[in-house]
Design a protein around this ligand. Structure first.
Ligand SMILES: CC(C)(COP(=O)(O)OP(=O)(O)OC[C@H]1O[C@@H](n2cnc3c(N)ncnc32)[C@H](O)[C@@H]1OP(=O)(O)O)[C@@H](O)C(=O)NCCC(=O)NCCS
Length: 162
């Protein structure tokens, strides 16, 4: 059994919806990904596939501000496959892809105990104003970093998440 990380394909959308809904136990995050996709705000939608079955997903989306910055959310792993490194592999690959694409910053809202493993830090995000600012709001600088400190404004689809 080998794990493949690859970009989503048009025929994956139903399976992606299923995996996100199963991971979160509710449909809101799957709705978010679909709204981001429809609005053309996804910069990356990556699936983890094993034996032809999608078992994980991660999304990056364009922030309205600052420039060259993306949001990481959501990350989903099939409930019966959590804790096996799939989420970590998706996050590492998403970071590498954002770096390659020339992004300067990735923001994430999550548990610092988890995301600091991948280089995210609350301190990096701290100068940036955001409705999600606080102890769970983190950022990771890529490449040369050094982005002007401007408010972090998420894509419109996040507003509907509540
Ligand atoms: C969060 C999630 C994507 C992580 O994927 P995963 O494949 O289970 O994670 P990994 O195997 O790479 O890492 C497992 C480690 O992360 C920790 N971890 C997993 N989910 C965590 C969470 N939500 N908060 C803090 N730590 C978490 C585990 O305790 C484990 O720690 P260990 O290595 O010390 O045992 C997955 O558990 C999931 O889909 N959860 C439900 C949806 C969710 O909460 N997504 C994140 C918010 S966007």
């Amino acid at each position: 059994m080998s794990l493949t990380l690859r970009d989503e394909r048009p025929e994956d959308t139903a399976e992606i919806r299923e995996i996100i809904t199963a991971a979160f136990g509710q449909p809101e995050e799957a709705d978010l990904v679909e709204a981001l996709r429809t609005a053309n705000d996804l910069t990356l939608s990556l699936v983890a596939e094993e034996d032809g079955k999608i078992i994980g997903h991660i999304a990056l989306s364009r922030l309205k501000s600052p420039a060259n910055s993306v949001a990481l959310a959501p990350v989903s792993v099939a409930p019966d496959r959590q804790g096996g490194g799939i989420g970590g592999a998706l996050i590492v690959e998403a970071i590498a892809r954002a770096d390659k694409d020339g992004e300067a910053l990735i923001f994430v809202l999550g548990d610092p105990a988890y995301y600091t493993r991948f280089g995210f830090s609350v301190g990096t995000a701290a100068p940036f104003d955001c409705i999600y600012a606080g102890e769970y709001f983190m950022a990771l600088e890529l490449g040369e970093g050094k982005v002007a400190v401007e408010p972090v404004v998420y894509a419109d689809a996040f507003g509907r998440l509540g």
